[in-house]
Design a protein. Structure first.
Length: 239
């Protein structure tokens, strides 16, 4: 499998003192965010990272851990989907795309490896416990996204939550078959929206039947780093 990490962001919601380097290098318990997932990353033969903000700051990490780097020079005016398709070389028939601002259980690799179709990883109902450690319930309703599945197929993702909280949340980890990754690349060019966010893009692709995506549900640990409260919550609960 080939790994693609989306790490072009600058962490605009973090306090100013954390914004002198890429968001993915923010230290959690004195250790850069990316390095918390090294054992997961090193399970992949082919490793790719998409950089943007202060890209040179990642050169040491890239060289040491044998990543191929592509830069999204237009990171300020685009989004993750645009970054994703900056990748010029696909080395495997299975591509795992991973957000660069999350920390998670390395054993998710085994879940991905044994599934042979496009596979999205969703956090089970315990997702709410994690999110309550990050923000108030009223904020959760604004920040979280609705996720709908049917017979293990993803049928909707990225919509706003209207009333009842969903059973699952997207973890920022998804696997594509190479042929479907290339279909999505063509689809992205057609919709001509460089600022579309990742889940809205997936939702549109599903609705228009560009690809199908299977779901796997897990309760393995996961943290997302968006703001200072997320940093403190992760530091308190990682060990």
């Amino acid at each position: 499998m080939q790994l693609i990490i989306l790490a072009a962001g600058k962490g605009s919601r973090l306090p100013k003192k954390f914004r002198n380097k890429p968001k993915c290098l923010v230290k959690i318990s004195k250790k850069p965010l990316l390095e918390h997932n090294l054992r997961f990353y090193k399970k992949f033969k082919h490793r790719t990272i998409i950089t943007g903000f202060k890209s040179k700051e990642l050169n040491s990490f890239v060289k040491k851990n044998k990543f191929k780097k592509f830069k999204n020079k237009n990171y300020n005016n685009t989004n993750m989907v645009y970054s994703l398709f900056k990748v010029k070389s696909i080395k495997s028939n299975n591509i795992v795309v991973c957000y660069g601002d999350i920390i998670f259980d390395e054993n998710i690799f085994d879940i991905l490896k044994k599934n042979y179709l496009n596979t999205i990883v969703l956090l089970k109902k315990n997702w709410l416990k994690v999110w309550k450690g990050r923000m108030k319930l009223s904020k959760i309703r604004e920040d979280a996204e609705d996720v709908q599945i049917l017979n293990n197929n993803l049928i909707s993702i990225g919509n706003k939550i209207n009333s009842k909280l969903p059973k699952y949340q997207y973890m920022g980890i998804i696997k594509f078959k190479k042929k479907d990754f290339l279909k999505l690349k063509i689809f992205f060019k057609k919709i001509n929206n460089v600022k579309i966010d990742f889940t809205s893009f997936l939702n549109k692709a599903i609705r228009l039947k560009v690809i199908k995506i299977k779901t796997v549900i897990t309760s393995k640990f996961w943290f997302e780093i968006d703001n200072f409260r997320d940093i403190k919550f992760a530091e308190k609960n990682l060990w």
